[in-house]
Design a protein around this ligand. Sequence first.
Ligand code: WTA
Length: 651
Amino acid sequence: MWLRCTSKCVFASLSRSYNNVLSRSFNIAAFMPEAAGFEGVSDRAALQEFSLSNSDHFWAAVARHRLTWISPFHTVQDCDLSRGRIKWFEGGKLNVSVNCLDRHVHTCPEKVALIWERDEPGSEVKVTYRSLLDMTCRLGNLLRRRGVKKGDCVTIYMPPCPLAVASMLACARIGAAHNVVFAGFSAEALAERIRDAQSSTVITVNQGVRGGRVIELKKTVDTAVEGCPSVKQVFVAMRTENPVVMTDRDVSMEELEDAVCEPAAMDSEDVLFLLYTSGSTGKPKGLVHTQAGYLLYALLTHRYVFSYHDGDVFGCVADIGWITGHSYSVYGPLANGGTTVLFESTPVYPNPGRYWEMVQRLRINQFYGAPTAIRLLLKYGDHWVHKYDCSTLKTLGSVGEPINTEAWEWYHRVVGDGRCPVVDTWWQTETGGICIAPRPSDPDAEIVPGMAMRPFFGMKPVLVDGEGKLLTSNNTSGPLCLAQPWPGMARTIHNNHQRFIETYCQPYPGYFFTGDGAHRSEEGYYQITGRLDDVINVSGHRLGTAEIEDVVNHCPAVAESAVIGYSHDVKGQGIRSKTVSIMSFTGTQITGVFLQFVQRLPKTRSGKIMRRVLRKVVEQDLGGLGDLSTLDDPAAVQEIVQGHQDLCSKK
Ligand code: WTA
């Protein structure tokens, strides 16, 4: 059952006849040069089919064409999903920083690699490929001189800034892994991640600046490392001019180093980075990504999902502390030799026009953001968008949560002026890059609001039933699995391969289990219905939280909502909906559905609603709330607890 309006949206109706001409004379070599040699492939549908049925051939050609190798790989893939064995491009050696920097410095040294959109609008800093390489090499030498070796793991606790990117690439250059921790996490959350990663080196800045506020990042690191005996040194860069207390452990990043740094020759399957995700239970998981496969998948998805063309300015506003920042602010765009924006601020600083003023000033061509921000901004009204010239925009992207139809329509109609395709991209930290998205497809192929729709090259999504049997028909829903390995997938959980196998490989043997539910439409398009641990079962009907939230969100007074189930003697589960209202704070009961209006929902720092917390409140299990330090605004929980008590006492 899907409650969402499924009005079809056709962007290019005027140019349709032109596109027909285009697709009739579709030039595969112009679209993807390495595909010219694929037998029988003359259009995009055939290319998709080829990428699945000739997976080795497809990925080998792409890997040879798109990456610069020190020595070639001898085996394309050696994967067994049922046993959690995933290996790509074995035998090959390469260096990721060379692929992201040196090769572009050879062809276009003065091209802008990074635009650092600093917190204060109008104070952006542009960094060319030449100077990013320079910065990376100096840092690589500093790390090397200070004893960081191949195989070590360096924790990076920095806001988005060129030095953070150079730190990531410097690790890649000398063969160390990085572990970027979102620079908004508490000292405890940081310490837990440093300990699990066994880092002896941390890189940070003296202070961060976000939304006009100064954040004491170095102090947080000081507190964190007190509980981390593994940490031997902390490198400190200066984001502001305010000095901070330096201890014996601390090293200033101003130390001058040589600008030539020999890149390490890395095996395809050496670790590139760890990235922790919270997971639905206690301990965060350190997902492990490796060199060649990850980079290849990030660069290919970046180019094709967003139709990125040379010379475009790509604006992904995710923080570098998330996988979205890794793949689409840093690795994908840089490996493609593109120009990428690093966004340090918030969507509402200094006002709700921030994104669109930035789009105008930086002439952004692709904008990639989160539904939570879109939902927030649409409530402030269209005039914040209309004030600015957004005509440079060509593609709009969405990631992180299901995007409800109201937000999708607004994004498309108001931000994109009805002309830009909106790509709702589904993927995960585990997948490394986008797996399902409306593009690439024919330029006039339909895009249905709020649907990720089409698998990317080489991706084979499947739906299974409770027993793990494949659901083969359309117009069906079930747990979403991925049936074929792909180069970008995580290889393991750091120090816990067994947990990796149990979480992703064992639930449906032979498939990679995503933890999400999805619906496959009559036409064969995929729509994500949300995390399966959030699914609600009412009288035997399984309802995705997103479906109900979509309906609630249509109410004009509601900015966004979070729906959870609670146990009910008759129905199995009833529905509780916590609604952020910009108007009021009341409680109402509507035939088994409780609505509680609150000012703020509990969200993770990346904008995901923590329904787990709401469930505990409703179950009156306040002792089981768990670690709240990764919440964006832990105070929101108090308000919800209080509101819930009031609601219960009214019943
Ligand atoms: C959810 C973010 C619906 C999903 C890249 C997934 C989405 C989790 C979408 C991964 C989308 C991400 N539509 N849900 N377009 N994109 N999700 O690891 O539940 O931070 O499993 O990676 O976000 O979140 P993560």
